[in-house]
Write a protein that binds this ligand. Structure first.
Ligand code: FAD
Length: 401
């Protein structure tokens, strides 16, 4: 029935994967999502099902036990999953970013050790840049690693770790001045550490504490936490890529694919909002006819569907650009910016179409209304996307006069 958000030129394998995921979303996620979200309950059964489908290893190369699929396949799966419940796509997203960073930047030993476990969903990833005093301004990170023999000692506090409790591997970005004299540009003195830990809360490894879940307005079910490092000792072979000072670039590479992912989430949530709006508009009657027959409501539906199409097209374009091996920061920034803004608008329109019932927790749109704002913030706010887009445009359109 879904006419919107079609993707042309997919291979048979891609179509088969998507059909399987869509079927899973319709049968296993949508029927339980709102109830679990209201209880802020971790969707263990759904996660187990996705593990079985191989979703945790979708982009991990086949030689490491994954499916070796493209960013496009991955993003289209995320779009489907977010259509069912955005929190589930959040459970996969940080795992995917960490696996991607390992694939691109890890040493051979790190790839062989982590990627097969990640493909199976046994090791689950979280990534951590933000701190209590910073999110957008990553260069201001104050958490620090100091070398001590064959180990590094990490101290500092991190904030907003999606999957901070449930993950067993956290990619943590800290400042590491060793080998980088005073005055080195901040982004050249940062290092990503691969920190293994037990799942759960409290002291999950000597020197590492995950205090508990942050209570959020939406995006429930998935755990978001702080992380406190107090004399945390990490062996030197757990520096991502084996060399210090490259962490900022590694993280930015991860965030670039993460942005396509957040765009895909925006597309999925917007699609679901449209489905809910168009369905309700044909059932609710006012002034003797279904509200869908009032032109004002039809116009809303037209605008919503146009936004769903536009966001999908930009997200697919950004994913294909990365898959072709080209730099995609401009396209990813544009896709993330547009998809998250449109998502918020489409959700708002679907909410209005529901009248007073949209305000009731019995209706799914109430959940979407609390979820959409997260997309305006995660993987860089709208302002940060516009800074990236603007900078790239000035590079491309340099004044020649
Ligand atoms: C639910 C949730 C999950 C998250 N998960 C993770 C995670 O897994 N890992 C992780 O590392 N982080 C995570 N984050 C953190 C997220 O990336 C940051 O919240 C985000 O980058 C914004 O940073 P901030 O909150 O510190 O806002 P700030 O950087 O303080 O920004 C505040 C406001 O100022 C604006 N602003 C900032 N700088 C400029 C500028 N130069 N010009 C114009 N406007 C500007 C921003 O756009 C924003 O509107 C998560 C956040 C949330 C809410």
């Amino acid at each position: 029935m879904a006419r919107l958000a079609q993707t042309h030129g997919l291979t048979d394998v891609q179509q088969e994967i998507l059909a399987t995921v869509r079927d899973f979303v319709d049968k296993e996620i949508i029927p339980v999502a709102t109830e679990l979200e209201h209880r802020d309950e971790y969707p263990q059964q759904i996660v187990d099902g996705l593990k079985e489908l191989g979703v945790f290893g979708l982009m991990i190369p086949e030689e490491y036990g994954g499916l070796g699929e493209s960013l496009l396949t991955y993003a289209l799966c995320v779009e489907e999953i977010a259509r069912g419940w955005m929190s589930v796509s959040g459970i996969i997203n940080t795992h995917f970013i960490v696996a991607y960073m390992l694939k691109q930047h890890g040493t051979q030993e790190q790839k062989e050790y982590f990627l097969p476990r990640m493909a199976a969903g046994e090791t689950r990833g979280a990534f951590s840049m933000s701190e209590p005093a910073l999110g957008s301004d990553v260069s201001a990170i104050t958490s620090k690693a100091v070398k001590d023999g064959d180990e590094y000692v990490l101290n500092g506090q991190k904030m907003w770790l999606t999957n901070g409790g449930t993950s067993t591997l956290v990619a943590v970005l800290v400042r590491s001045d060793e080998g980088h004299p005073e005055g080195t540009a901040p982004h050249k003195s940062m290092t990503t550490f691969l920190v293994e830990k037990e799942p759960g809360f409290g002291e999950v490894r000597p020197g590492l504490t995950i205090p508990g879940k942050i209570d959020k307005m939406g995006y429930k079910g998935v755990d978001t936490t702080e992380l406190i490092m107090d004399g945390l000792r990490i062996p030197a072979n757990r520096v991502l890529g084996g060399v210090t000072g490259r962490g900022f670039y590694q993280m930015m590479d991860g965030v670039e694919v993460g942005r396509v992912n957040v765009a895909a989430r925006g597309c999925g949530v917007a699609q679901r909002a449209f489905e809910l709006g168009v369905s309700y508009a044909q059932q609710r009657h006012t002034f003797g006819k279904p509200i869908a027959q009032h032109q004002a409501i039809q116009f809303k539906l037209a605008e919503m569907a146009t936004k769903v199409e536009a966001a999908h097209a930009m997200m697919v374009n950004a994913a294909r650009k990365k898959d072709s091996g080209e730099r995609n920061d401009l396209e990813a920034g544009m896709a993330k910016y547009l998809a998250s803004e449109y998502c918020k608008e489409v959700v708002e329109d679907a909410f209005r179409i529901h009248g007073g019932y949209g305000f009731s927790k019995e209706y799914e749109i109430e959940r979407l209304y609390r979820e959409a704002p997260m997309l305006l913030i995660g993987e860089g706010t709208a302002e940060i996307q516009k800074m990236i887009i603007g900078r790239r445009l000035l590079e491309e359109y340099r004044f020649q006069g």
